[in-house]
Ligand binder design. Structure first.
Ligand code: BGC
Ligand code: CA
Length: 364
């Protein structure tokens, strides 16, 4: 008899020795059975319950067309990477253009013990504080699309950046215009004065892509001795609606003189085209409009002939790089096998020119 069992069962008092022994045997049998069931259940659970990698994704602005393409790619690729043993759980937070709101969203991810947080930072200069918080919680950060300065990224070895080389996008965009100018100048130089008259629709001030695309698109022309004349430039904050408004004003002021519209992204290029049609232009009268990104609506516009070209910002490759890093980091694996990782910090995907000639290669 097990003394503790006897003392547990006050009801055994006053029963015969045989009765008590029989009861205790059946109690023991029941306990053994329960233990066996419990063990099987635990063993079964360990086999069936997959590990879940929790990835927080903080966006500067969810309705940004390019970023929504990144999110679609992340969601689709995360599903494709799931196995019987591993689930990938993405939680998307919209910062709506407010750094304060985004900080709260990221702090929540950190408190809730997410494995990795991907940050599309609202204000590129606000990275240091976030990096220090993530470090205190030991949660790796993957910045993407909006690049913090190198000094900030160097604060911790579990901080990364996934994006592309903005200078390249500017040079390629300018190259589209340069090549047409060289091959068939009449298509661009409508007034035949030997100068390329252009307007520049810029993204958000302070964004690395705004500065570098604006500068390098024109550099591609001047390096090739194409004489250019800037008629106007302004920020339209990456947005189609704002670009529409700017372009409508310019059309009123400088009307037919605009030969080329450089837009730092496709949404703004499409906004400029909207304004031209609204001002009563026919398709033949449209200026030569170029963008960057190769978003689905931009590819459609190239197919229709209203947009003359764009530069593909590889959303799919960027999403894949982010998931490569997130999976390796959450599994505590080394990063040696991560494709394209430079200096243990940066993954930059290649841009590519898209024109009516090679459009087919980029259609989904
Ligand atoms: C894209 C833009 C986008 C911006 C947001 C750029 O790389 O080309 O379309 O609005 O990132 O940060
Ligand atoms: Ca001209």
């Amino acid at each position: 008899m097990i003394p503790t069992m006897k003392s547990c069962s006050s009801r055994s008092r006053g029963r015969s020795h045989a009765e008590v022994t029989a009861m205790n045997h059946s109690f023991l049998r029941r306990m053994a059975l329960l233990a066996a069931i419990g063990f099987c259940c635990l063993a079964g659970c360990a086999e069936e319950e997959p590990e879940t990698v929790r990835i927080g994704v903080a966006l500067y602005q969810q309705d940004d067309t390019f970023l929504s393409t990144i999110v679609q790619n992340l969601e689709q690729q995360a599903k494709e990477r799931e196995t019987a043993d591993r689930k990938l759980n993405l939680n998307i937070a919209d910062g709506r253009g407010s750094q304060a709101a985004q900080n709260e969203q990221i702090e929540r991810f950190l408190k809730q013990g997410y494995d990795v947080v991907c940050v599309n930072i609202v204000d590129r200069t606000a990275a240091a504080v976030l990096i220090d918080k993530a470090r205190a919680s030991n949660v790796p950060l993957i910045f993407f699309n909006r690049e913090p300065v190198e000094e900030d990224l160097m604060r911790w070895d579990k901080v990364f950046y996934v994006g592309s080389d903005a200078e390249q996008s500017g040079l390629l965009q300018g190259g589209i215009v340069r090549d047409v100018w060289k091959a068939d100048r009449g298509l661009i130089d409508r007034n035949g004065d030997g100068l390329l008259q252009y307007v520049m629709l810029e993204g958000e001030p302070g964004h690395q892509d705004t500065l570098l695309r604006t500068e390098n698109s024109i550099k591609a022309l001047t390096k090739a001795w194409v004489p250019v004349e800037k008629l106007a430039n302004d920020s339209a904050n990456w947005q189609r609606g704002q670009a529409h408004t700017r372009m409508a004003q310019w059309l009123k002021q400088i009307g037919q003189q605009v030969e080329v519209v450089f837009a730092n992204n496709d949404d703004m290029a499409l906004g400029a085209i909207d304004a031209c049609f609204e001002a009563g232009m026919s398709e033949d009268q449209l200026p030569f409009v170029v963008g960057v990104d190769a978003t689905p609506p931009a590819l459609e516009a190239i197919a229709e002939g209203t947009l003359k070209g764009t530069v593909r910002n590889n959303a799919s490759a960027q999403a894949s790089a982010m998931l490569d890093l997130a999976c390796a980091l959450s599994a505590g694996e080394g990063l040696n096998g991560i494709e394209g990782l430079k200096n243990g910090k940066y993954i930059r995907t290649e841009y590519a020119v898209v024109t009516p000639e090679n459009l087919d290669e980029f259609l989904p």
